[in-house]
Design a protein around this ligand. Sequence first.
Ligand SMILES: Nc1ncnc2c1ncn2[C@@H]1O[C@H](COP(=O)(O)OP(=O)(O)OP(=O)(O)O)[C@@H](O)[C@H]1O
Length: 255
Amino acid sequence: MVDSSTSSVPDIDFRANPGATFYVLSGPGGTGKTTLIKRWRQECSDLGYVANITTRKPRPQHRADESGLYQFVSRGEFRRLVEAKAFAQWVNPSEGKYYGTPIAPLEAAIAEGRDLVFDYTPQLYINLRRQFREQVVGIFIVPPTFSELLRRLHGRGTETGEELYIKEQMALQDLGYIDEHHYHVVNDDLEGTVSTLKAIRVAERHSLQRIGRIRELCRSHSPRTMMFYYDALGTRVTNISPNNDPRSSAGGARQ
Ligand SMILES: Nc1ncnc2c1ncn2[C@@H]1O[C@H](COP(=O)(O)OP(=O)(O)OP(=O)(O)O)[C@@H](O)[C@H]1O
């Protein structure tokens, strides 16, 4: 049993704070990203979400529950925000529809060490990662099969006809971005997938990539030399102890 009060080594605090992490659920539309985010946040109230700002109209309540997901603004207001550089990124994916992520809540989350979750296409994920490389973790979400993706898209009913065809084609394009991500998660059983996301969050909090301060701390306290540590009889330790050194006063006294 070591008595820390007599140790020559100053105490070292190994506890680490990984700082804010931005979990980006990325992948084709219709794979369940929005649904997963809602469930994950119900279980983890400390996980924040930044409502996207859009010029599109709210969907009718019976087609989609968009509460907390969007802030609806006029085109004039959107333009004013672009000019004020208020967006981390913004897009104009279809005629007259603009979407943007405000940057202020992201900067506040970093300052306060709060985690956020995002729902993005792979291209938007990559652009966010470019800006927040230290914070962003990319999780590629796919359904179990491509036919299941089509079934979910059809079942959701938010796109029809040409829009549905474009979603399908974009889904195939999005598959090519898989290598850019840190994790691959198949959204089969919803509850099981939420458990996987929670496990990823736990793992990330222990990632040495994220807690660089601890690496520096451990290195700074560790000598470069290697010592033998198998010393069943305790002879080596006895031999190097000051009492055994003929040059020291303690060692000399024994002679
Ligand atoms: N694990 C799951 N099992 C069965 N159906 C699911 C599952 N996850 C999501 N869904 C359903 O699939 C449809 C698409 O889900 P959701 O809208 O969350 O996808 P999304 O990836 O956010 O799409 P988009 O990026 O286009 O908004 C919804 O009708 C949703 O209820």
